[in-house]
Write a protein that binds this ligand. Structure first.
Ligand SMILES: *Cc1c(COP(=O)(O)O)cnc(C)c1O
Length: 356
């Protein structure tokens, strides 16, 4: 999944540099934020340096930190958990639902304890659980519901954009995401109070931009106008890209449908714009399939590992059966927005040959 940079971005960067802008965040960043908040339907949007920073700043904006526990899924991109530690709080891992690859609701509900302050609800690859259940639970238990929608730009649930169901949501603009600014992330919320804190925390805690008086502890997670001019052009192409991603997924699904060893995760393409093409195969065949495809010039990538198996969390010594199983069976197929139908056919034919 490579970035899609065209003449529009090149022209916009050139024009910006000729305008002698100061590179750092200013008007272009505001314009980019406005486009994002309109697209997703949120009252406020604040761009920061990365999706990881967006998660940490969102937690900090709610005063979550040392001594607090935050529920995160054991299966996600590792940043979902690391950002909790960056904010100073402790991640508590919960297994996922095999149908959606998102947090399992029953297990989440059971895990809420005295120290739990927040839930990081990851909507992986634009898929979602029954979100209202999480919203209700968060309200009832007074928890901060933070949606990690890093992979969900362009995906909706019941007509409402993912990332706008919780108290706050984040998206990422790193290179492999559906649109990119090289690096970058955004926090969206409808809360004026959170929004004000977020703006301060990303700018050293300043009471307002350009004034050296600090109201809270803050850092530097500021964006740049140089990235924003690229982001603005990328946003203009988002709808086109969302449409193509859905077509690519549908084509793979049709072409691979009758191979018994391949399992697709239930995906409603009306709502979900899959970012990566993901399939499940028998564990004992995955590596051989990857090698077989690799030899024929087709790149693939195994799913993320279960987070608790990675160095920073290995001390946990816990079992998360679904997350472990999914991470061993999952495979990402070529997912570039540039894939042509003929490419998808050739990839699918090669996979079929392997299973024969
Ligand atoms: C990419 C990603 C992140 C981290 O975003 P960065 O911009 O790379 O820091 C967090 N969560 C999920 C689910 C992601 O896919």
């Amino acid at each position: 999944m490579e970035p899609w940079i065209g003449p529009e971005e090149r022209k916009a960067v050139g024009a910006y540099l000729l305008s002698q802008g100061w590179l750092t965040e200013f008007r272009k960043t505001e314009e980019f934020e406005k486009m994002i908040r309109r697209y997703v339907g949120a009252r406020y949007a604040t761009v920061v340096t990365s999706g990881t920073a967006a998660l940490a700043v969102a937690l900090l904006s709610k005063g979550i930190g040392h001594g607090d526990e935050v529920i995160v899924p054991d299966y996600s991109m590792i940043a979902s958990a690391n950002a909790v530690l960056l904010a100073g709080a402790k991640p508590v891992f919960i297994d996922i639902d095999p149908k959606t690859l998102c947090l399992d609701f029953k297990r989440t509900k059971k895990a809420v304890g005295k120290k739990t302050r927040a839930i990081v609800l990851v909507t992986l690859n634009g898929r979602y659980p029954t979100i209202e259940e999480f919203v209700r639970l968060a309200r009832k238990k007074n928890l901060f519901l933070l949606e990690d929608a890093a992979q969900s730009l362009g995906s909706r649930y019941k007509g409402k954009h993912l990332g706008t169901w919780g108290d706050a949501g984040i998206f990422s603009f790193s290179v492999p995401k559906i649109i990119t600014t090289g690096q970058g992330g955004v926090i969206v919320t409808d809360s004026r109070v959170l929004h004000d804190r977020i703006r301060k925390i990303k700018d050293f805690g300043r009471i307002r931009s350009g004034v050296d008086e600090f109201e809270t502890l803050g850092f530097n997670f500021k964006f740049t106008d140089l990235q924003a001019v690229i982001g603005i052009e990328q946003m203009k192409k988002l709808s086109l890209r969302v449409r193509r991603k859905k077509e690519i997924y549908a084509r793979y699904r049709t072409l691979l449908k009758d191979i018994p060893e391949i399992e697709f995760i239930d995906t409603n393409l009306k709502n979900t714009s899959p970012w990566f093409i993901d399939i499940l195969v028998p564990e004992r065949k995955r590596d051989a399939l990857m090698r077989f495809l690799g030899k024929r010039g087709i790149g693939t990538r195994p799913f993320y590992p279960a987070i608790h198996t990675q160095a920073p969390y290995r001390y946990l010594k816990k079992n998360f059966p679904v997350s472990q199983d999914i991470s061993k069976r999952g495979l990402w197929l070529p997912s570039s927005s540039f894939l042509e139908d003929a490419h998808i056919r050739r990839i699918s034919d090669t996979i079929r040959k392997f299973f024969k």
